[in-house]
Design a protein around this ligand. Sequence first.
Ligand code: PRX
Length: 659
Amino acid sequence: MSTTLPAAGATHYAPNAELTRTAHVSGPEAYAALVAEAEADYEGYWARLAREFVAWKTPLTKTLDTSEAPFFKWFEDGTLNVSYNCLDRQVEAGSGDKTAIIFEADGGEVTTVTYSQLLERVCRASNVLRSLGVSKGDRVVIYMSMSIDGVVAMQACARIGATHSVVFGGFSAQSLRDRIADTGAVLVLTADQQVRGGKSLPLKAIVDEALALGGCDSVRQVVVTRRTGADIAMVPGRDLWMQELAGSQPSACEPEWVPAEHPLFLLYTSGSTGKPKGVQHSSGGYLLHAALTTKWTFDLKPDDVFWCTADIGWVTGHTYIAYGPLAIGATQVVFEGIPIFPDAGRFWQMIERHQVTIFYTAPTAIRSLIKASDGISASHPREFDLSSLRILGSVGEPINPAAWEWYHEQVGGGRCPIVDTWWQTETGGHMITPLPGATALVPGSCTLPFPGIMAAIVDETGEDVPNGQSGILVIKKPWPSMIRNVWHDEERYRSSYYPPELRGYYLAGDGAGRDAQTGYFTIGGRIDDVLNVSGHRMGTMEIESALVSCTDHVAEAAVVGRPDETSGEAVCAFVVLKGPRPEGEEAKRLAAVLRNWVGKEIGPIAKPKDIRFGDNLPKTRSGKIMRRLLRSIARGEEITQDISTLENPAVIEQLTRTN
Ligand code: PRX
C-alpha cells in the first residue's frame, strides 16, 4: 500500500492569534495537556468529560469495562436520555427561545424553530410513537429527507428509547427492504415526497415497494409526514399521517431513562464482504463524543451559526446535525436541497443569508463547485459576502491539497482554519483532526488525533511503523463513541474490526502514514474492497452482487475503483455477458441497462461510471479474478503484472474500452 505523505516543509498554516487566545482548546500547549491527561489516566480523563458534557439521570461510577473485549462497555451504570440532553437541558438552562434550527427548503423558503418549539415537536412525535405501542428497544426505520421533521423523528426515537435506523433517501426499495428486514423494525417513519434540485421525488411510494418485496413482517405501521402534499396511496390500518396524530398528542413527554450502553441507533455501512452491516452505537458514550467533538473541533461558541451539509442518512448527519449541535445548544442550518440548485452559488448564498460562521462539507462538493465556478461565474464564492465565516471543515474522503487551498482562499478568505476530520461510521465522531486554535495546518493532512484517541500506524502484525512510512491505521484503545457491535452479528464485528493478528487494536480499514518530522497523519484510502465515491462508502462486492443479479444479461462481474477528479473515486465494472460481447451502440445500450439496474438495486450513488465488456475476466490459474490487474486496467496504467497464464490475453484489450 502506498500513502503519499505531505512533503517535508509543505505549507503550514499556524492558528491565528485570536483563535489561539479564545478557542476552547487554546493553543498547542492546551492540546498537549489534554493528550497528557488522557495518557496518564485514560479512564479518569473520559470520566471527567462524561460528567462535564452529559447530564446523567443516574451518575456513572464505572468508566470502562473491558472484561468481554472486544465488546467494550462505557459508563455502564450511568443512565440518561439523549433527547433530554439535547433539548430539555437547553430549555432548562434558559435557552428555550434560542434558535435551534434554521431550515432552508430546496426552493429557498426558510423556517426556524427554537429549542422550546423543537422540544414540543419531539414530545408530540414521541407520544405518537408510544401511542402506537413503540417502546424501549424497538427498532424504527426512518426514510426521510433533510428536514426538521427528520431530526424530530430521530430525537423522538431517542426520547422513548427506541433504536432508530435512518436509511438515506437516495437508497432504492431493495436496499430499504434489506435494512428494514435486518433491523426487524416495528415501524417506518417517512414522508410523502422529498424535494431536491427543484424536483419532487417519491419516499412513501418506495417504502410501499420495499414492504411489498417481503421479509418485513415486523412492520406494523408506516407513519407519513406531509411534505409536498402529493396524492399518495395509504394502506388502511397500516399507514397513518404524522401531522394528524401529533396534533392531538400532549406537548410534553417524559423521557425514557436508559443505561449508557442502550443502542441509540443502527446505521448500515458497507464492508468488504457481504451485505451492508448494521453499525450499532450506544447512548452515553456516543453522546459524549458527539457533544465534545462538536464543541472542540469546531470551536463552537454560543453565538455561532453552524452548518453541516451532510444528509441525516449518513453518520455525519447523525453526529453533526441530529445530536452534537443540539447537545451543546448550538444554532444550526439544515438544508433540504443540493449544492448546485438553482445554481452552484447556493452554498455561498446560504452562508451569506444565514450568516453562517462554521461550515462543514465534503471534498467532493468543494471539487464540483470549483469546476462549476471555473472562469468568471456568478456562482463563484467571491461574488458573495462570506465574512461571517470563521471555521471550515472537511469530511468523508481525503481532500487534495489543490481543493484545500481553494477552500481556504476562496471560501475562507485565507483567514479560516480548515478542520480536515478523519473518522468513520464506526467511530461515531472525529478521531483525527486539527483543533482550530491549537493545530498548525498542512493541506491534505488530518493532522493529529483528537485528545484521548490513541491512533497509530502499524504493519500487518500490529507492530508500530516509524513515522515517515506508511502502514495500517489502528486505534489502540477503545473510546467512548466506538461501534458496539454489528447488529446481531458478533462474529462479523470481531472479524471486521478486531482481527487476531492486530493485538486487540481496532482496525480502521484505511492505509495511512505519519510525517517524519511533525507526526501528522495522512490518510491514503481504504485497504479493503471498499470504495469511497463522492464520500459515499460502497463495497465492490455489493455492486458485483447487484450486477450478477441481472440474470437476463450478466454472467459474471468484477468491480474496482479508480481515481476520479470530482468524485474522488469512481466505480468501474468489468462485465461478462451471457450473450455475445457487445460493441459500439449495442455496448452503450447494454451499459445503460446495467447502470439503471444497479441504480434500482442499490441506489443511484452506486451506478458504475465505467462499464467494460469482455469475453471473460482475467483469472489466476486457481480461478481467482486478478483484481490488481483490473485496477491497473481501470486506471489506464501500463500492465506490469504477469499475464502469461491468461487463457485469452485479448480480453485485456477488450476491457480497456469504456462504454
Ligand atoms: O476512508 C476513510 C474515509 O471515509 C471512510 C469512512 O466512511 P464512512 O463510514 O462513510 O464515514 C464518512 C464520514 C465520517 C474512512 O474509512 N474518510 C473519512 N474522512 C476522511 C476520510 N479519508 C480521508 N480524510 C478524511 N478526513
